[in-house]
Design a protein around this ligand. Structure first.
Ligand SMILES: [Zn+2]
Length: 59
């Protein structure tokens, strides 16, 4: 396998803790750059924490 698919970054809504896949905002040679979604589909919140960081804080 020369090409392995890149995992999207995941974000956790600070308000309701729903996990969202990040939005691709830029394509670079090393992959994609992700940003949190504009708003949470579940609670309309707009504050997100990167899942990796979330696990860090709540682990
Ligand atoms: Zn939410």
């Amino acid at each position: 396998m020369a090409h392995s698919p890149e995992r999207p970054k995941l974000y956790v809504c600070n308000a309701c803790q729903t996990v969202h896949a990040g939005t691709v905002v830029e394509h670079t040679e090393s992959g994609h750059r992700y940003e949190p979604p504009d708003g949470c589909g579940a609670c309309d919140g707009s504050e997100f924490t990167l899942l990796e960081d979330w696990a860090h804080h709540h682990g």
